[in-house]
Design a binder for this molecule. Structure first.
Ligand code: ZN
Length: 506
């Protein structure tokens, strides 16, 4: 087979795999939204079969042979071309899928399925001892997986090389060497400002967020803002779930989900802005390249940057609420007549150290992530025993946030990630925050447009500089090209400390 024949065959294979995966995504979305309880076991059969078909396709030796033919040809001469980028990412995925022994893949699937059930029970009873043997097995298997995958890069600390191999699944090309200084500078900036806010005399009145907000009005209002941002509801919809997410099936069909609390405004509203940010990214990917890497999202960090951009940099900004607050007052007649836009803006930017990551504010959030990054790095590096995790967790919370969990449920059992083997996932949350602020600082100043409720230029910039590239460049790539500077924590720290400094007078 010649390269000009092999490349289109690779595209066909990849698209078939993407369509199979999207079928699983439809079933997964349905499971989290409308499926009756009784459908659980059969849904497991359906998803199990699809997973088997996907794995067979992803590891098909014929795919590997075609890939080798194209790699050796002139088609990949320009490394930034769509073809070369697709080939680079296919190689990355194919190697990851084929380097692991089948025994290890099966054992991981079996162990993590049992671990997730055990985690639910352990969290409910707040008893780490029930989860500990499962986590010990997972850490051992992930270390095995990492050494099978790691290229054993020279000059790396052994633990870092292992962690890099796991991080690579979520943030292709990301490294521990890059993350360490980002987290160090963030922590150095955030810890003192959070302390100063704790001691500040000025406090927001958060009770305004906990008035009566009827659910149907919340839905209508949040959908209106998402549409104003540019989310296309003729190619997407919003449904209700217990753990909100965004799932894009393919071109023209992107599903947002949320949950409602009639006595707390933030839960639905900022949740929808967050998921709509993910959705805007998916709707902006080049549809004609669907199924190939250049038509897919870049990395989890870049995906999260799009959600954080709309949720925090737009949705928690002063100019945004200058425009939106009078409309909010109208949407909930009589509820907020005594509240000003200033008071409201301060309330949605409240900062307070807390034990639970998913409830954390914009400032403390990254410290929750920094703690998990250090702990999972130590677990995978073999420097921390699973048995010592609860104590190490509590110690870190004390030193980073000045608070200590009293129970395992509000400590190291709170997140699902480790139970499914998701080591290397957490840092992508912080990378998202940093990329988002970096983009915002380098795009033409959108302040006046936001104040007028116009988002077309902001979205246009993100479309042109991030969305349209798909996975053509590795995660730092779009950021470096669009802003001509590598990613640092500076833009994030500057914008956040500026905003909070003004609000809290610190
Ligand atoms: Zn997200």
């Amino acid at each position: 087979m010649t390269a000009p024949d092999a490349y289109p065959a690779l595209v066909t294979d990849a698209k078939e795999l993407a369509v199979l995966q999207s079928c699983a995504a439809v079933l997964g979305w349905d499971q989290q939204t409308y499926m009756p309880k009784g459908g659980g076991a059969f849904r497991g059969d359906q998803l199990g079969l699809l997973a088997k078909l996907c794995h067979a396709k992803a590891t098909d030796p014929a795919f590997g042979e075609r890939l080798a033919v194209v790699e050796a040809s002139d088609l990949v001469r320009d490394p930034e071309s769509v073809i070369a980028a697709n080939v680079r990412e296919w190689r990355h995925g194919y190697d990851r899928a084929t380097k692991l022994p089948a025994r290890l893949v099966e054992e991981l699937a079996r162990v993590t399925t049992a671990a997730q059930e055990a985690w639910v029970v352990a969290k409910g009873k707040s008893d780490f001892a029930l989860f500990r043997p499962h986590l010990e097995k997972i850490v051992a298997l992930k270390r095995e997986e990492a050494s099978a995958l790691s290229s054993g890069g020279t000059g790396l600390r052994a633990g870092d090389a292992l962690y890099d191999a796991l991080l690579d699944e979520y943030e292709p090309g990301g490294t521990t060497a890059e993350l360490r200084p980002l987290f160090a500078s963030l922590t150095a900036e955030l810890v003192p400002i959070i302390q100063a806010i704790g001691e500040a005399g000025k406090k927001p009145d958060e009770s305004v967020l906990r008035r009566e907000f009827p659910v149907d009005r919340q839905k209508w209002f949040a959908e209106g803002v998402a549409a104003a941002f540019g989310f296309d509801f003729t190619a997407g919809r919003l449904d209700t779930t217990s753990h909100p997410f965004c799932s894009a099936f393919g071109p023209g069909d992107c599903r947002l989900t949320t949950r409602y609390n009639p006595r707390f405004f933030n839960e639905c509203f900022f949740g929808v802005l967050h998921e709509a940010g993910h959705g805007l990214y998916e709707q902006g990917l080049p549809a004609d390249l669907f199924g190939t890497p250049c038509g897919a999202y870049c990395s989890l960090g870049v995906h999260e940057s799009q959600s954080r951009f709309w949720e925090n940099l737009i949705g928690r900004s002063r100019p945004f609420w200058e425009h939106v607050f009078p409309r909010l007052q109208q949407a909930f007649p009589g509820t907020l007549t005594d509240v000003t836009a200033d008071r409201w803006h301060f309330a949605v930017n409240a900062v307070k150290p807390s034990l639970i990551r998913v409830e954390a504010d914009e400032a403390t959030y990254n410290l929750h992530v920094a703690i998990r990054f250090e702990l999972e790095l130590a677990l995978i590096g073999g420097e921390l025993a699973v048995a010592d995790l609860p104590g190490a967790w509590a110690d870190k919370y004390e030193s980073f946030l000045g608070i200590r969990p009293a129970t395992d449920a509000e400590g190291c059992l709170q997140d699902i990630h480790w139970s499914f083997g998701g080591f290397g996932y957490f840092p992508t949350y912080t990378l998202g925050n940093l990329h988002a602020a970096h983009y915002f600082a380098h795009m033409p100043d959108p302040t006046d447009a936001i104040r007028r409720g116009e988002f077309r230029d902001v979205l246009g910039w993100l479309r042109a500089n991030v969305h349209t590239h798909g996975r053509r460049f590795r995660s730092g790539g779009p950021t470096r090209r669009a802003t001509r500077t590598p990613l640092t924590a500076e833009a994030f720290s500057k914008s956040l400390t500026g905003k909070l400094g003004e609000l809290y007078g610190v």
